[in-house]
Design a protein around this ligand. Sequence first.
Ligand code: SF4
Ligand code: SF4
Length: 419
Amino acid sequence: MHFTIKPVSFTCNLDCDYCFYLPKGQEQGMLTKGIMSDEVLEAFIVRYIKECPTDHVYFTWQGGEPLMAGRKFFEKAFALQSQYANGKVIENAIQTNATLINDDWCELFKKHKVLLGVSIDGPEHLHDKYRKNKNQQGSHKDVIAGIELLKKHQIPFNTLTCINESNYEHPLEVYHYLKELGSTFMQFSEVVETTPENTDFDHIAPNYEVKPFSLTPKAYGTFMGAIFKEWVAKDIGKIVIRQFESLISQVLGMGHHSCVWENCCPDNFVLEANGDIYECDQAVYPKYKLANILDIEKAANLGVIPCSVNGQKAANEENSISSLKALKASRLSAHKLQLCDDCKQCTYLVLCNGGCIKHRIDLQNGVSKSYFCEGYKELFKIMVPYLNTMVYLENNKTPYIAIKSLVPQIEASLKENPL
Ligand code: SF4
Ligand code: SF4
């Protein structure tokens, strides 16, 4: 069980063109804006720490822009975590656009050993096309100022890069730029949004338009494939790229790290500022609401309170949930298991599992298929010879990162015998 917590839900100081999250609040009026109340914060922290089955409890804070909740909010949250830790180790990570970071924030991050994830799409001319402030000016300069402060205070940070219509043609420029910034853990997220918006994964609209900032399917494979070749030859073992490590882990029998390619949607819930809990960050739509933390709290303390899970009543307690452990991303997982014929017969099914539900917008005989299929296939085709060699290495008790020295041989062999 893992939670991403949104202390200000839809509120953000930036206005990125491709943001999938902010328009939901505006268009659907699903949630009121505002900072999470003390009541919601405390109810959640107490219950989450208590119910987490592990000794380490991970809090991931995200937005909107979570720093808009203010320092006092996070001081309160960290104090509550210490108060209720009960011997467990608490870890905090904040995903931020970094534009609000100052020395005061850095002191707080340092004191509580917070790991920062910074959203950045590459150098200024690529980043600024879509990541703009409310005045429609690029945010790159402010992001870099934030990163410089993190470096000054020796606070570790990761990067999250959205691959979109602006940066997709520049994979190595983006990669080298992130390396030079000092990012040693990178995540890349493929951007696709549609009109009408895909809000009900049971009923995909047969006719939709892809928004102009979206990545084309093939471009995903070209972008990630180019970075993979560079990374495996020079940086494997030094730099972690989440998507690649996930595929390696999968072929080595340890399962995926990235839910996108897992065969089910893990219990990776979202807590909104008003206490509402959803199955996933990609599914903050009415249908995928599971409960509200305050209802759970009341049910736990008082008995039965009406509250539905996935729209269905609990079998034994007429609608009530009294613990976080009872929550399941079961509706999304059920969607994930529904594969189209192409996926069922696909050589890469073991790597891909049909991809994220949110991206399954191509209807095929009534069953949805990933918009990114073509790009995934291109990436897998590039990676498979290397993945097979990594499996061979590990089976022979050699760490898979030893592949770095074998890259010239693999490439020579691929030249002679192209796939
Ligand atoms: S690569 Fe395409 S066909 Fe194969 S499992 Fe993934 S989405 Fe399905
Ligand atoms: S819906 Fe997509 S992002 Fe959410 S858990 Fe499932 S695969 Fe992951």
